[in-house]
Design a protein around this ligand. Structure first.
Ligand code: FES
Length: 106
């Protein structure tokens, strides 16, 4: 199974091919910033990546990102919506704010 590495926290989760980055993280008990819960609207889930291991960006993802950040920034900063970016192989993304849903018991 492909692995998704999430920086800066250093989380590594397995993903099914075709699963979104955010789905894979949440399936492993991680919180991912969102306000639209994966509908590709809010852009709160935006992450940076070099794009390796992800399926190409679709038109609705590109429109949402360009409207929020500008077309140039989408390319130069390697932005993707984690709720829309589908895993094809091993991938590394950066998204501050990802954390376990439950704090560790003490
Ligand atoms: S969770 Fe809202 S755009 Fe991805």
């Amino acid at each position: 199974m492909p692995k998704v590495t999430i920086l800066p926290g250093g989380w590594v989760v397995e993903a099914s091919r075709g699963q979104t980055v955010m789905e894979a993280a949440m399936a492993h008990g991680l919180y991912w910033p969102t306000t639209c819960w994966g509908h590709g609207i809010c852009t709160s889930c935006v992450c940076t990546t070099d794009g390796r291991g992800l399926q190409p960006m679709g038109p609705s993802e590109r429109r949402a990102l360009a409207a929020e950040f500008g077309e140039g920034a989408v390319k130069s900063r390697g932005l993707r919506l984690a709720c829309q970016a589908r895993v094809e192989g091993d991938v590394v993304v950066c998204k501050p704010g990802v954390r376990p849903l439950q704090p560790p018991l003490e």
